[in-house]
Design a protein around this ligand. Structure first.
Ligand code: 5MM
Length: 334
């Protein structure tokens, strides 16, 4: 493990005023997003869409790194350039999602365990040799009457830590993403409690497995009421409780924090980040974004697979990336 190299990558990923663009939808997820706007799911359409994203003018002013799915990482653009090389050329670090998905957790109804550790060492060496600088692994934690179970949290935390350790062995910065789903009628207190046990378990496992914390990025959910809760907490409360949770449960030498949007509206996702960053001078790490839907969805809705809509869709994408960037500095005014 080359610590200097990991720290250098972390520094670039967390550079102000930028954040990360998550465009690593697996093929089934991409098919779902396309179906919602009537686009046929094909490799060519996935390439066209991803090409639209990465060729958006000035994207590199707001985005420091892009998380790719394996297909895109190894795919050529219409120009013949590989996506990964094009990103490097425009000063956006190419990253890669390396988990193979959240699967049903045996013996635990309604819970998921993320798979992908088998053969991971070899896959990471290959990605690293082809220019990837960082990786991502997503664990899914569901809130319900009697869940999450300790088994689900422990097993997912341990897998995240094993993945992170293998990444660092290959000089790749691991993004660890324990996503606590927004789905449900739980209140914000329950979300905070689950965040606490999840984060504490994750950092305990990272420590046990000797993962270098300064060379690791956390991609957490915000502490937020369930989407079906009748009295959802307001934006100020979400931002304050999220920051308090991170400060209490995350080590101060962590490389950085880059939130997922997790089904929040575009406006909510930027507003929460903006409020948190009003306090950025008091925080031990940078707090930025690693959004997929909150950056991409409005552009996808406009594009609908039509070349004539591409330029305007890129304007929409650029505008969302700019707003996220401003929110990551606490300087968003609306
Ligand atoms: C882009 O979606 C990623 C997961 O895709 P799969 O479910 O297909 O594996 C996901 O990890 C994403 O990076 C994060 O959830 C952030 O996306 P949102 O939309 O929550 O900002």
């Amino acid at each position: 493990m080359n610590i200097r190299m990991l720290e250098n990558t972390v520094e670039k990923m967390m550079e102000s005023p930028k954040g990360l663009l998550a465009m690593d939808e697996s093929s089934p997820t991409c098919a779902k997003r396309f179906a919602s706007v009537g686009i046929e799911d094909s490799e060519n359409n996935r390439r066209r869409y991803r090409e639209l994203l990465v060729t958006t003018p000035s994207l590199n002013e707001y985005i420091s790194g892009a998380i790719l799915f394996d297909e895109t990482f190894n795919q050529k653009m219409s120009t013949g350039d590989l996506f990964r090389d094009f990103l490097t050329k425009i000063n956006i670090l190419p990253g890669i999602k390396v988990d193979t998905g959240a699967k049903d957790f045996s013996g635990h109804h309604d819970e998921k365990i993320t798979e992908g550790l088998d053969g991971l060492r070899d896959r990471l060496a290959d990605y690293s040799s082809k220019g990837a600088k960082f990786c991502k692994w997503r664990a899914v934690i569901t809130i319900g009457e009697t869940i999450p179970s300790n088994a689900c949290i422990l097993s997912n935390s341990n897998s995240l830590a094993r993945y992170a350790s293998l990444c660092q062995e290959n000089d790749l910065v691991p993004i660890v993403e324990p996503e606590i789903l927004i789905n449900g009628d739980h209140d914000i207190i329950k979300s905070d409690k689950v965040s606490q046990i999840t984060l504490e378990s994750l950092f305990e496992q990272l420590d046990i497995l000797n993962v270098n914390i300064a060379g690791t990025i956390l991609k957490p959910s915000m502490v937020i009421s369930g989407d079906k809760n009748k009295k959802r907490a307001d934006t100020q409360t979400v931002a304050e409780m999220t920051l308090n949770r991170l400060v209490e449960s995350c080590p101060s030498n962590l490389g950085g924090v880059a939130f997922l949007s997790g089904g929040q509206s575009d406006e909510e996702a930027t507003e929460h980040l903006n409020i948190m960053n009003k306090k950025k001078s008091e925080l031990p790490w940078r707090v930025t974004f690693s959004y997929a839907r909150a950056i991409q969805q409005s552009a996808l809705n406009y594009w609908r697979g039509k070349d004539d809509n591409a330029e305007k869709a890129q304007d929409i994408l650029k505008n969302r990336a700019r707003l996220c960037s401003e929110a990551s500095m606490g300087s968003l005014t609306t």
